[in-house]
Design a protein around this ligand. Structure first.
Ligand code: ADP
Ligand code: MG
Length: 681
């Protein structure tokens, strides 16, 4: 099998230079790749329905006998329509083809066919338009449907996959330890590869899917556990005393139980330990992560070590700097801000102060860990999930002679069942308590006919001194009924909003321009921000009390919840309005989840039910389980058993399958691509 991954796809029967190019676009470069290019879905021709059963459902097969020859009609615009009648023995259906004489004439009177399509009911009759056709005496089967792209369709891909499968040896080697296969009732790798493409029946397909999903998760989980095991780094940072209690005296509020727990977990990691901490602090937007980080930072600084706090953008760094300044006002700790706008002389002085230890806590963007900044004795790095502190970065620091403790903060709640997989290399602390004094953000789901009422509501809030976010799904006018920021802005001005108070913000603006608008919004000069989703997650604008999300159907639950988190940052009542004309059940479920709950962890579970686990893997940056198969909530069981099976203490690493497994782990986590990182893993 491995060797097929080295054979260029051009060598495959049926692939010319052009086809090779199209396949490349789909990420297929070798023969092995096309075997691993799994179908997006399947056309099931094995279960045949009556008209009544198929009615109202998409893409169903109906066995019909043709009652008449096709008739040609013309529409008003002159297009030809071919119509004929057929029966399932109980009811009659009209079969309609548009401009497709060939298909219509292929149906012969009195013969039986299986037609596949959407059965509708019009003018008192069943109707199927442009169905796919198979002779009813043909063997019914499952047909794979592949992702296609211009120039190459699913059918062609299917025939190429067939050619590729023929190149497989009679029976290919196993990729998982025999014990794992037996204990988990998995089919063989050989069976899985063949049946994921051309399953004999649904049962075979399910067995193949199970094996493939299991394998991906198992290997990913094992990789991440090995990383955790091997990234236990000895540290010289000696934290002798805890100062959490002292720190809490500086705060204008009482820490919640969840915050105190998280702080204790960090202290347990760092106090007296010979290994450095590698912990994730997970909590919804506004759950109070900064205070936790600040408390740990205080303890580390009081023990004589420096702390680096890294933010994803300069704006957030400035915000953190102000927060830390306030928290530490009554202490004698020196806090520095390293940002791009510093003049070179100021930067030089700051760097000197960091190097000689005059600065205790330095806040900045990720440039902090650049080669120009040298710390005297760095003890703790706090960073965000977006720039998860990778193994390579740690290696870089260790090379500089430091092994600081690392705390990663994440504002994306993810379902528990997936957290262990995606964050398995970290210890996790969770902030799941609502801060006292916070009100629920009242959330409404309305259609666009209510837009003017929503605008009046916004005017009232602005008159009361509040501010507003409006989120649109697009920047420029486009044909798909998607509301764009620029058009929206024009309409607001036409409807009496004050030009000076409303501004547009989107991702195609220059960074300086964006920063200027954002800081004018933060300082209250701008009252209403009409933007795409570019607004930073962590931005704290307490006066922003309403967020309106247009074309809300375009966003998943987690994204809607993240957006909603931009408001509700003070004790004043805040609102979120979802505007959408979508009638789909899926959107309705998302909106009603949003309306009924403000709990990010609960919503992430709902999201998982709707979207399946695949989308969650997509958001993680630290290597991704590349399942390559469309997954759904139903697959969580497989994922859990794979996760449990990846137990280092119970595996026999001398099993021959580990040759494959190790290689795959290397490629997922880029292990070995850098000798420094190898040193750690
Ligand atoms: P996030 O988790 O999104 O980073 P922040 O740390 O910015 O949240 O906290 C949000 C707000 O809540 C801040 O203004 C912070 O000062 C405040 N806050 C944090 N902890 C508490 C608490 N225990 N009680 C009351 N307010 C708190
Ligand atoms: Mg924050």
């Amino acid at each position: 099998m491995a060797s097929l991954f080295k054979i260029d796809i051009k060598k495959l029967k049926g692939v010319g230079p052009k086809t090779a190019l199209y396949l490349n676009r789909l990420g297929v470069y070798t023969i092995g790749d096309i075997i691993r290019f799994f179908p997006r879905t399947y056309e099931d021709w094995t279960s045949v329905n009556t008209l009544q059963e198929a009615y109202g459902q998409k893409d169903k097969c109906v066995k019909l006998k043709i009652l008449s020859q096709s008739q040609v009609l013309r529409t008003r615009s002159g297009k030809k329509i071919y119509k004929l009648e057929a029966t399932d023995g109980r009811n009659i259906a009209q079969i309609i083809f548009y401009n497709s004489k060939y298909a219509a004439q292929s149906l012969v009177k009195d013969c039986e066919y299986i037609l596949r399509g959407n059965v509708e009911f019009k003018f008192g009759k069943y109707e199927i338009s442009s169905p796919k056709i198979k002779k009813s005496n043909k063997k019914e089967a499952f047909y794979p449907v592949y992702c296609q792209t211009a120039g190459i369709n699913s059918k062609k891909i299917s025939s190429l996959v067939k050619n590729a499968l023929e190149l497989l040896p009679e029976s290919i080697g196993e990729t998982l330890p025999a014990k794992v296969i037996n204990e988990n009732n998995l089919c063989s790798f050989d069976f899985a590869l063949r049946n994921i493409h051309f399953p004999k029946n649904r049962q075979c397909l399910e067995m193949a899917r199970r094996r493939i999903i299991f394998e991906e998760i198992f290997i990913y989980q094992l990789g991440i556990k090995l990383i955790k095991e091997n990234s236990k780094i000895k540290t010289d940072v000696k934290i002798k005393n805890e100062y959490s209690k002292e720190f809490s005296e500086f705060l204008p509020f009482k820490l919640t139980g969840a915050q105190n727990n998280a702080i204790s977990e960090c202290i347990r990691d760092i106090k007296g330990s010979e290994f450095s901490m590698n912990r994730l602090l997970q909590g919804d937007v506004g759950s109070g992560k900064t205070a936790v980080a600040a408390s740990v930072a205080y303890t580390v600084a009081k023990n004589g070590y420096q702390v680096a706090i890294m933010a994803p953008t300069e704006l957030l760094a400035v915000q953190h700097f102000k927060t830390f300044k306030n928290f530490f006002e009554k202490t004698n700790l020196k806090i520095g801000l390293m940002c791009g706008s510093l003049k070179s002389k100021e930067r030089k002085i700051l760097n000197e102060n960091i190097e000689n230890g005059n600065i205790d806590i330095v806040i900045g963007t990720h440039c902090l860990i650049s080669d120009t900044t040298a710390f005297k004795n760095l003890g703790l790095i706090v960073t965000d999930e977006q720039h998860r502190f990778g193994v390579n970065q740690r290696a870089k620091l260790i090379n500089k002679g430091v092994a600081p403790h690392v705390l990663v903060m994440s504002a994306t709640p993810i379902p528990r069942s997936l957290a262990l997989i995606l964050y398995g290399d970290l210890d996790i602390s969770v902030l799941n308590e609502i801060l006292p004094g916070r009100q629920k953000i009242d959330t409404f789901s309305v259609d666009s006919s209510k837009r003017h009422r929503v605008w009046n509501f916004i005017k009232n809030i602005v008159n009361e001194g509040g501010q507003c976010y409006i989120v649109c799904a697009s920047i420029d006018e486009n044909e798909n009924d998607i509301i764009d920021v620029n058009g929206y802005y024009e309409k607001m001005i036409e409807n009496g909003f004050n030009k000076d108070e409303v501004k547009v913000l989107h991702g195609k603006m220059k960074p300086q321009e964006k920063d200027l608008i954002m800081s004018d919004f933060i300082n209250g000069k701008i009252k209403i921000l009409v933007s795409t989703t570019v607004i930073e997650v962590g931005i704290d604008v307490p006066k922003a009390r309403i967020i309106v999300i247009e074309n809300a159907e375009r966003f998943g639950i987690s994204q809607l919840h993240q957006l909603r988190g931009r408001v509700g940052r003070s004790s004043l009542k805040s609102y979120c309005v979802l505007i959408s004309d979508s009638k789909s059940n899926d959107s309705k479920r998302r909106f009603s989840a949003m309306v009924s709950s403000g709990d990010g962890f609960y919503l992430s579970e709902e999201d998982l039910k709707l979207r399946g686990p695949g989308d969650f893997f997509g958001v993680n940056q630290h290597g991704v389980p590349n399942v390559n198969i469309v997954t759904s909530y139903k697959d969580i069981g497989i994922i859990k058993s794979a996760q449990e099976a990846a137990d280092i203490s119970k595996l026999d690493f001398s099993d021959p399958s580990f040759k494959f497994i190790n290689k795959k782990i290397d490629s997922i986590f880029k292990r070995g691509s850098d000798s420094k990182s190898q040193m750690i893993i």
